[in-house]
Write a protein that binds this ligand. Structure first.
Ligand code: ZN
Length: 317
């Protein structure tokens, strides 16, 4: 019997012993065992095991060292494993901001709207009258490289890899519709966040689509949270996000809840002149979302929906 462990922290799951978490009172522990084994017990409590063997437990933790113990019975007998990690001390409450601090933090709203220093001011005219072959789309597979893994699935699969697979599938579908496609990365490499939209200018592109897979906050039950969403920030991005979300919903209605088109002020969605959006295709932290992201047929269906949504946006549907 083998167990794989991942302890979720606030930000990124790091699947190694001795992990240090920020101060949390509970954390989400994910692991996997052999498919078919269902009697996993973590900290004395039975936990849900999915049919891939992935399991999920929500546990209380304390400041300092914690040891989480999991056991199960399989074909080769009783198996017990444990994982030790450290939780940081509770931070001291911050002093209340004085009025000067409040004034400067309200100015941060302006900073938030500030354009990228290499972007132009005016939104470009919508390309209704241009042929697909005259349009270039930048696809941006989120994360990448040795340290920016994105979120991690119950079996230790990294978001950066799921994003790249999805982007390659979308590239194929957009190319089949006649569009030119540029990728911010086509292998596993690190790219700084603010470098990513530069590909728009370097290639004279007309739209920017960032592809991601999602993870819940550390205090939420990763075994229960799963949905798709397409984020944008300004009206030109929103039109693109809505067109893509609508095709994704049509394709996935029966399999995945959708939050549709939403607003988010991400570095890659803020562009004032180029329609930009960020797709959170699924939650790979949910065992069913992980399984879906592995499924190449489902990935091709999703990629086709994204490309059709782009085409709908282009034609003003
Ligand atoms: Zn991501």
């Amino acid at each position: 019997m083998t167990f794989a462990w991942i302890v979720m922290s606030v930000a990124i799951a790091v699947p190694k012993p001795g992990q240090r978490l920020p101060y949390v009172e509970h954390c989400y522990v994910l692991g996997s065992t052999e498919p078919g084994v269902t009697n996993v017990v973590v900290q004395g409590l039975n936990v849900p095991v999915y049919r891939t063997g992935a399991w999920a437990a929500y546990v209380d933790v304390k400041e300092g060292d914690n040891t989480i113990t999991a056991s199960c019975d399989g074909a080769d007998g009783h198996s017990v494993t444990s994982r030790t990690f450290r939780v940081a001390a509770k931070p001291k409450p911050r002093p209340k901001p004085d009025s000067a601090a409040t004034a400067s933090s309200s100015n941060s709203a302006e900073r938030v709207y500030a354009k990228l220093d290499y972007a132009a001011d005016e939104a470009r005219p919508h390309p209704y009258d241009r042929n697909p072959g005259e349009l270039t789309v930048v696809l941006d597979p989120g994360h990448g490289g040795p340290t920016d893994l994105g979120c991690v699935s119950p079996h230790g699969w990294c978001e950066k890899d799921a994003n790249l697979l999805l982007a390659e599938a979308v590239r194929e579908e957009l190319s089949a519709l006649g569009y030119n496609v540029v990728m911010t990365r086509s292998d596993d490499r690190a790219i700084a966040l603010y470098e990513r939209p530069k590909a728009i200018y370097a290639n004279g592109a007309d739209a920017f689509i960032s592809l991601h897979h999602n993870a819940p906050a550390a205090d939420r039950d990763a075994g229960k949270i799963r949905y798709a969403a397409v984020y944008s920030w300004n009206p030109i991005g929103e039109a693109l996000a809505k067109a893509i979300a609508s095709r994704m919903d049509e394709t996935q209605k029966a399999e995945l809840k959708s939050n549709g088109a939403m607003h988010a002020n991400f570095a890659v969605t803020r562009n004032p002149e180029i329609p930009s959006c960020l797709i959170e295709a699924d939650f790979i932290t949910h065992p069913a979302g992980e399984e879906a992201a592995w499924d190449s047929d489902r990935r091709a269906r999703l990629a086709r929906a994204i490309a059709r949504g782009f085409s709908d946006w282009h034609k003003g549907k």
